[in-house]
Design a protein around this ligand. Structure first.
Ligand code: PEP
Ligand code: MG
Length: 751
């Protein structure tokens, strides 16, 4: 039945009255019920419901309904983006569907009793920029709602938004109880897969809870005496030594670096000594630790220097360890109690600490993650999932968690059947992982392709060797810089690089100079905060600006390469020929200096560049005359060519590896390399993504460098394709002018 404008005026009038009536009321549930009742009546719809958004749990929850089963209230939850309601909320737009059950993305809730309702109209409730929730009306008839209904409901909801906002604030006030219920009902969380693999273990929520011992009294803590304090210090020292040993085996490049500050503080008489004095003066040992720690932390945090502020975290970490060690010896420390770490935020150095403490998987429960945390987790083969579900941070310790890092799935207290399923799957994958590889890679029509490995940590070299990588196509040197609290010295770097070159026994190694800055900030470098770090003083720009840091690194590389056959230095993020020549000159200057010092070094290293910027693409022919080789860093190349931040989910749809501009760019780089007889490889993630391999080969790329774990899959993909087909296919791809067309061609390749 066609509605008349006067019907809607009538509706607005009533709602205006209602809003006035309830603004001062604190009976939230009845307000929401009245609201849904009234809207349902005026829209002549059998169902009207309100979902409210809770920022903490990042969920929409059904809060009131007229027409659905009342038992569903507070039981139905949706994430932004999930189902029609979630979609309306996320996109802040009206969703009108005439046959909801058949709409892609529709989420069916059995407990709501919504089967008979076909037509669906959802409207986001917002106030200014504040997103509040979603109001939904439903009707049995197919295609019941019309455009005029959209306008009307939009007006109604706008009118109600203020009152609903009040209601939501008050509801959040009494949220604690609901949060507890939510945790009980948390059984599965869908997150984003960041580092693959499977892990089963007990949850341990880190960061906040772990540190609370430093700030909140714990029952029984006043029983401790000075002897307990001395034992706690002893235990802490031993614990740190054990952790250190674990590191030395797993991560030789971190060697003695991670806990250096901790050991120094433990030796500081003003720290431990002052605690002892306070205890002698009659202060409870636990409070003595808290008091001295607080003083140190306050001094460090007030420093204008980032590296000093970092020290405050070391004091905090150390003091938490001491306090945890006051407990009886048979009580285990936080890490040992669980082995799936759940944290709000993670830094690269945290990952190292977790791993050496036996953590099997990491879940980031909120906030973003730098792509280097992801790369590090992958290098250490530890699953990492990013899940925007802060409820995870409230999980009680000892909760069993199953992580499927390949899909980003988190199962909370999974049943035996699920666990068994995953154990079988992991077993099959382990077998596939150790699948024997051929020592050289050929296409079906006998064209040779060279597979190299990307390495971030020395601990990955053995796997790369076992999997028959023919060399290292990218060694990211930044990790030893990122995981420590000061710049590594030339001598320290020399030891790391020498170990790498020795282990690779004359296979080619492409070693990249420091790619710091951007998201990979070195806390100790004291660089001012940048508004646009990805466009800032990063990478080669940082090195050229900090010439001494750059020279130490180059000298360490040249010395470590002495007597080696095929060592190649690569500069990252090169934006102009001038910059490349300047960086090259630094290498020659270092060679001259080393000659003068009569140090042994390698004069024959090749010098190449990462092609990652549109400016390099535009002048690629000139670069090909100056560089000994190219390595295409597709991760950054795509990011900068398409102006789409590689780590920003909001623009993920713009980050398109098969974009015509990217395709043509890669082809042009390969062409320039061939015309000037220099080698070109691809070391960005595209090189291990199965669907892009035929194109890369088709435009003439014959060297791919991938994370070691992808080597078997990449080899198998190449062995199953014919180069002649790949060349034809690449031609078709290059003739496409739109993303849509390129995607079609991409899908046409039959694996
Ligand atoms: C790239 O940009 O593709 C690359 C390999 O370098 P990184 O991921 O370290 O920036
Ligand atoms: Mg890069």
């Amino acid at each position: 039945m066609q509605k008349k404008a006067s019907d809607y005026l009538n509706l607005l009038f009533d709602i205006g009255e209602l809003a006035d009536l309830v603004t001062g009321s604190s009976d939230l549930e009845s307000f929401l019920e009245l609201a849904v009742d009234l809207v349902a009546r005026h829209f002549n719809a059998p169902v009207c419901s309100i979902y409210l958004y809770n920022e903490k749990s990042n969920r929409l929850t059904l809060k009131a309904t007229k027409g659905l089963k009342p038992g569903a209230v507070n039981k139905i939850h949706m994430k932004p983006g999930e189902g029609l309601v979630g979609r309306s909320f996320e996109t802040l737009s009206i969703v009108r569907e005439g046959n909801a059950g058949k709409t892609p993305g529709f989420k069916y809730f059995k407990e709501a009793g919504e089967d008979p309702y076909n037509s669906f109209l959802c409207v986001p409730i917002k106030r200014g920029v504040e997103k509040i929730g979603v109001l939904v009306v439903q009707h049995r008839d197919l295609n019941h709602f019309e455009m005029s209904d959209e306008r009307a409901i939009w007006a109604v909801v706008n009118h109600l938004a203020g009152s609903i906002e009040n209601a939501r604030l008050l509801i959040e006030f009494s949220q604690t109880r609901e949060d507890a219920e939510a945790i009980d009902s948390l059984v599965f969380v869908k997150g984003n897969a960041a580092a693959g693999g499977y892990a089963l273990g007990k949850a341990v929520v880190l960061n906040e809870q772990q540190k609370s011992i430093l700030y909140d009294p714990v029952p029984g803590e006043d029983q401790f005496i000075k002897q307990d304090f001395s034992l706690a210090i002893e235990k802490t020292t031993q614990e740190l030594k054990d952790l250190q040993k674990g590191f030395e085996q797993k991560l030789p490049e971190s060697a003695s670096l991670i806990f250096t500050a901790h050991f120094m503080i433990l030796k500081d008489k003003n720290f431990i000594g002052r605690m002892g004095e306070l205890i002698d003066e009659g202060l409870n040992p636990v409070d003595a630790v808290r008091k001295v720690a607080a003083k140190y932390m306050a001094v460090f945090s007030a420093s204008p220097h980032a590296y000093m502020r970092e020290k405050s975290q070391d004091v905090e970490d150390l003091s938490v360890r001491i306090l945890n060690n006051f407990r009886a010896r048979d009580e285990k420390n936080t890490y040992e109690k669980g082995n799936i770490a759940i944290a709000r935020q993670v830094f690269p150095s945290d990952i190292l600490k977790y791993v050496s403490a036996g953590i099997k998987g990491i879940i980031l429960a909120s906030g973003g993650v730098t792509s280097h945390v992801t790369i590090l987790a992958r290098s250490l083969q530890i699953p990492l999932i990013i899940a925007e579900e802060s409820g995870l941070l409230n999980l009680p310790g000892n909760t069993t968690i199953l992580m499927d890092g390949d899909l980003g799935n988190i199962y909370i207290n999974p049943d035996k059947k699920t666990i068994k399923l995953f154990e079988t799957k992991a077993g099959v994958e382990r077998q596939a992982h150790s699948a024997s590889m051929e020592s050289t890679t050929w296409t079906k029509d006998k064209k040779r392709v060279i597979l190299l490995a990307n390495i971030n940590l020395l601990s990955e070299v053995p796997l790369a060797r076992t999997l028959k990588a023919e060399g290292i196509g990218l060694y990211r040197t930044e990790f030893p810089f990122l995981i420590r609290s000061t710049f590594p010295s030339e001598a320290e770097q020399y030891v790391i690089y020498k170990k790498l070159f020795d282990e690779m026994q004359d296979h080619p190694v492409m070693i990249r100079t420091l790619d710091a800055g951007g998201e990979k900030t070195l806390a100790y470098s004291d660089s001012p905060k940048e508004t646009n770090p990805e466009l800032g003083l990063r990478s080669i720009r940082f090195s050229l600006k900090h010439r001494d840091v750059f020279e130490f690194q180059i000298r360490a590389m040249l010395r470590a390469a002495a007597g080696k056959k095929d060592i190649r230095i690569i500069f990252p993020l090169i934006s102009s020929l001038d910059e490349f020549l300047e960086a090259k000159q630094v290498v020659y200057d270092c060679m001259d200096a080393l000659s003068g010092e009569e140090s042994e070094f390698n004069r024959d290293v090749a010098i190449g560049m990462m092609v990652e910027l549109p400016s390099a693409l535009a002048t690629i022919d000139e670069f090909a005359k100056e560089a000994d080789f190219f390595s295409i860093g597709t991760n950054d190349f795509i990011q900068y060519l398409l102006a789409a931040d590689r780590a920003n989910k909001m623009v993920a749809d713009y980050y398109i590896p098969c974009h015509p501009a990217v395709n043509r760019g890669i082809a042009k780089i390969a062409e320039a390399a061939y015309a000037n007889s220099i080698e070109v490889s691809v070391c960005g993630e595209m090189a291990h993504e199965k669907e892009y391999i035929p194109f890369l080969l088709g435009v003439g790329i014959r060297i791919l460098s991938v994370d070691p774990q992808f080597l078997p899959m990449v080899q198998k993909t190449i062995m199953n394709l014919s180069m002649a087909d790949a060349v034809e296919y690449a031609k078709r791809m290059l003739s496409e002018t739109t993303v849509k067309g390129a995607k079609k061609v991409l899908e046409s390749w039959k694996f």
